[in-house]
Design a protein around this ligand. Structure first.
Ligand code: ZN
Length: 198
């Protein structure tokens, strides 16, 4: 099932997430809904708070960026990837500039600086414990999605000056006025379908 994407300003994006385990009800449904919703919105990552859920989970599918992997000679792991109860152990390597966007903050792309390598402990969808190190695009997507399960958004990493410049547009997004081609949700207006915005 495709869920509406919770926009900047919704309480869900700023709430702490909770650990999950095998007994979490409807957990498989949550995972498949998250993948379906991410694909529908043409995203490469999605965290549970972005569909109003509080589970500590995010999904990633970087297969649209296959060419970048071929160019860099890095093999792409099987997609989509499931990060359950993730915990970043360390971020290393050089700081890198990369333009980020977010399904919860449509139409805004800004350069964010982060270390280019991340080591993360997580469980896969079968609850098998893993510790892995990622770099490049995959590291960046994982850092961005991990922020979501920590109730952080990429705009939090921008300078106060930059945020002031964006303020008007961010206010519009919070009010539900976006060009998004997928259903969105605000706490005040509920679900807004793209056709209502045309
Ligand atoms: Zn995001």
């Amino acid at each position: 099932m495709i869920h509406p994407i919770y926009l900047l300003g919704t309480a869900s994006l700023r709430k702490p997430t909770i650990q999950v385990d095998k007994s979490t009800p409807e957990f498989e449904t949550l995972l498949s809904d998250m993948v379906e919703t991410m694909h529908d919105a043409r995203g490469i990552g999605l965290a549970a708070p972005q569909i109003g859920k509080e589970e500590r989970v995010f999904v990633v599918d970087v297969s649209p960026m296959e060419e970048d992997f071929i160019e860099s000679g890095t093999p792409m792991p099987e997609q989509p990837m499931f990060f359950i109860n993730p915990h970043i152990l360390e971020e290393t390597g050089d700081d890198e500039e990369f333009e980020e966007g977010c399904l919860s903050i449509p139409d805004i792309q800004e350069i964010v600086v982060r270390p280019n390598t991340v080591t993360i402990q997580y469980q896969d969808r079968d609850f098998v414990q893993k510790t892995e190190t990622f770099d490049g695009i995959l590291a960046r997507v994982i850092q961005h999605e991990y922020d979501h399960v920590e109730a952080v958004l990429f705009i939090d990493h921008l300078t106060a000056f930059k945020r002031r410049l964006l303020k008007r547009r961010l206010n519009e997004i919070q009010a539900g006025n976006t060009e998004a081609e997928y259903a969105v949700y605000t706490d005040e207006r509920g679900v807004i379908y793209p056709q209502e915005l045309e």
